[in-house]
Design a protein around this ligand. Sequence first.
Ligand SMILES: [Fe+2]
Length: 368
Amino acid sequence: MQAAELLVSLHAQRTLMVVDPFFAMANSVREIRGSLAEKAIASELFTDFQPDPTDQNVLAGAACFSMFAADSIIAIGGGSALDVAKMIGVAAGNPGPISQFQGYHRVSIPGPPLVAVPTTAGTGSEATKVAVITDTARNVKMMILDAKLMPTAAVVDYELTFSMPKPLTAHVGVDALTHGIEAYVSRKANSLTDPVALSCISKIHANLRAAWSDAGNEKAREAMSLAALQGGLAFTNSSVCLVHGMSRPLGLMFHLPHGLSNSVLLPTVTRFSWQGAKARYAEIARAIELVSGKSSDELACESLAAWLDQLNEDLQVPRLRDCCGGDLEKFRATLPKMAADALESGSPQNNPVVPAATEIVELFELAW
Ligand SMILES: [Fe+2]
């Protein structure tokens, strides 16, 4: 197996396998563990973490890493497995609370070699210097960004994504689409990330519906895995923006998976944001041929937003109200904190239109 060969090349002798609990009994994990043993690499399994992993999960994993005297990590799973694995490596070498790493470039000592094996086509965490970890004391999803979080190597194998159920395919697929779009319209967009972001968006436009309706569609699954990787590469060298800024507190407050909380916000936030970067959003719409090359920027932008609405409908993504219990008054009571947390994350400041807290509240209500 390629993952074992990579670990040999990284001089690994004892590897902590951080594996999504859903995959713990999977044949693929057994095979990887067997191939590690064949290469004389001892391995220990760590699966004790939740979706939207917490600082407690990280500390438990770091204790496991130290107890096993591991020298390397292999992460197998979706964004949660990859993110928790990144921070387990950091926590093992940097004592203290995980909250010390929140924000930008706060990691002193890099973690051990990390091989990332994504099993969903969404977060692109295998190619990013970002981890999102919940601080249980403050009930905040911390965005941790540091070049030292970039995995040493990634094995992107679309065959691992065949087992994703339809809703997960939809939500992580729209998450990857959000990475492509936000990387392209971000104030930090640049000529290196632009073509990667557009390629990501085009692949998703052409393949997400097919991957969703036919789980075994190899061509569509392969394209989606590549698109997710490109989305990660693009946004980690540009940035995410307002959708992600609002999505993190929303997901935390209502226990929504990351992809779902992005999906329910993407069309509404796009309609708000294109006013600040019409030409950029219009280029996206033209690149995927939603409109002709001669159409106005306004028509192209509106076509893009309409396509995002239609995509959510086709993929049976629920409305925000259906994800949050349907009680608008209860939802409204959460909005000031969610708006403040969104702004504090720094992501909305990269948006083409930088919103005030009151505008974020309005956007949540519009998406309802
Ligand atoms: Fe994301």
